[in-house]
Design a binder for this molecule. Structure first.
Ligand SMILES: *Cc1c(COP(=O)(O)O)cnc(C)c1O
Ligand SMILES: [Zn+2]
Length: 431
């Protein structure tokens, strides 16, 4: 308890609300919703034109609300749309999504040595990853701005989610994938849901460069996490974690550890908690420390955090078996880095072997995740060993995608099948 109090005091100085408080609503803000450039503060109406970046400075855009919603405004069935008061549209193209389990992990808690350990398993969303939370909002906004062809670059899960939500909305979908670097389950999903799949001879970052140019020319509506509306849906992960833990034992977690690729989720969680602080639902000192984890072969965000820099340097070559986070140019870094810093968090890189071990250990407690998701546990372990995370902490790991997304990785990490004869004595002999 004393540790936790000193943590609170230390964080009481943080200027979490700066980004929310600054410019007020522009005169054109219909329904109290607008877009603000996080770099220069320029504001834009949300739905009048298709716009992914600031027209003045090319900075990232963020959705802002005249009155951010607090927990008392959340109502209705569990799931993303319970949080409609905190979202820019009232209803989405829905399958439905959210309301994922927050598992207790008593054996791993004792082995890692923390006070509390929970796993928020986002692999339990309709298409098997958290991307669904962003798509339910983003696809609805595409309809509202009047574009009926959707596009994304993807390491796999974004394309699976876009294909399913596009299909649900009766819209055409186009996905650009790095050839040979997407897990089998994800390609199968995009394919069966009817996306047009373009395999690019390049990595994810190259795919994103191309799709941005395509969508800038009006060929389709961009639904990568560069699109600020997607992050609004992903904010609801933070709301769910908070509501569940407040119901359970009345306290938010000390820390959330999550895999990071483009750092959209890191940015979205930061925004969720900032808005709850602005609404008076959460004390600044109680905002969880955001702790993104990357694979050692694709860790530009970790590099920037360690060097205390405000921008990332693009890694031209990236490699990891956690293909969902095989990203060298995290587009949301300008939104995520302040979140890591202002919440008192950190970032850490882990080896592929540590990721595979963590994937096995989560599965050993019944929770099946894909490799990128297991980076969260591997990162927590590393930070415990370094003494950065202390023994009393209450930690939530975010596991972003389901085990079946990457059946090849699961089979390699798991036990080998043993050949047996087709009779019971022969089987008993082997046992
Ligand atoms: C997209 C994805 C990530 C990376 O999330 P960001 O928001 O881009 O950091 C991590 N894990 C899985 C399984 C994903 O699909
Ligand atoms: Zn700008």
């Amino acid at each position: 308890m004393s540790r936790s109090r000193s943590t609170r005091e230390r964080r009481a100085d943080l200027s979490l609300s700066a980004a929310v408080d600054r410019p007020g609503p522009p005169p054109s803000a219909a329904d109290g919703v607008w877009l603000t450039c996080v770099a220069c503060g320029e504001t834009f109406p949300p739905f009048e034109a298709v716009r992914y970046r600031c027209e003045a400075c090319d900075g990232l855009l963020e959705v802002r609300y005249a009155s951010p919603a607090g927990v008392d405004d959340f109502e209705g069935e569990p799931g993303v749309w319970r949080y409609r008061a905190a979202l820019p549209v009232d209803a989405g193209v829905s399958l439905p999504e959210g309301d994922t389990p927050l598992h207790r992990m008593p054996r791993l808690r004792d082995e890692v040595g923390v006070g509390r350990l929970r796993v928020k398993h986002e692999g339990m969303n309709p298409t098997g990853s958290f991307k669904d939370r962003g798509m339910t909002v983003g696809v609805r906004v595409a309809q509202r701005v009047g574009v009926d062809r959707l596009a994304c670059a993807s390491t796999g899960n974004t394309s699976a989610a876009l294909a399913a939500y596009g299909a649900r909305g009766g819209m055409e979908t186009l996905v650009l994938l790095p050839a040979g670097k997407v897990a089998a389950g994800k390609v199968a999903q995009a394919s069966l849901h009817g996306a047009r799949i373009l395999e690019v001879d390049g990595n994810f970052d190259d795919c994103l460069d191309v799709v941005q140019r395509l969508t800038d020319r009006g060929a389709a509506y961009l639904l990568n996490s560069l699109n600020p509306f997607r992050l609004e849906g992903q904010k609801t992960i933070g709301f769910e974690i908070l509501e569940t833990l407040l119901d359970d034992h009345g306290e938010p977690p000390d820390r959330i550890v999550l895999p990071a690729g483009n750092a959209g989720n890191t940015a979205a969680l930061y925004k969720a908690f900032r808005e709850l602080v602005a609404a008076g639902s959460l004390a600044r000192a109680d905002v969880p420390r955001l702790t993104p984890v990357q694979a050692a072969g694709a860790a530009p965000l970790v590099e920037a955090v360690e060097a205390d820099r405000d921008a990332v340097r693009r890694w031209p070559e990236v490699e990891t078996r956690a293909t969902a986070i095989r990203i060298g140019n995290p587009v949301n870094a300008p939104k995520a880095l302040p979140g890591v810093r202002e919440t008192g968090g950190t970032a850490v890189a882990v080896s592929d072997d540590a990721i595979t071990r963590a994937q096995r250990d989560l599965a050993g407690e019944g929770v099946g995740v894909e490799p990128a998701s297991a980076a969260s546990l591997a990162g927590l372990r590393e930070l415990r060993e370094r003494g950065v995370v202390d023994a009393g902490e209450s930690v939530v790991l975010l596991t972003t995608g389901h085990l079946l997304k990457d059946p090849d990785a699961a089979a390699r990490a798991g036990t080998e099948p043993e050949p047996v004869p087709a009779d019971v004595d022969g089987v008993l002999d082997v046992l």
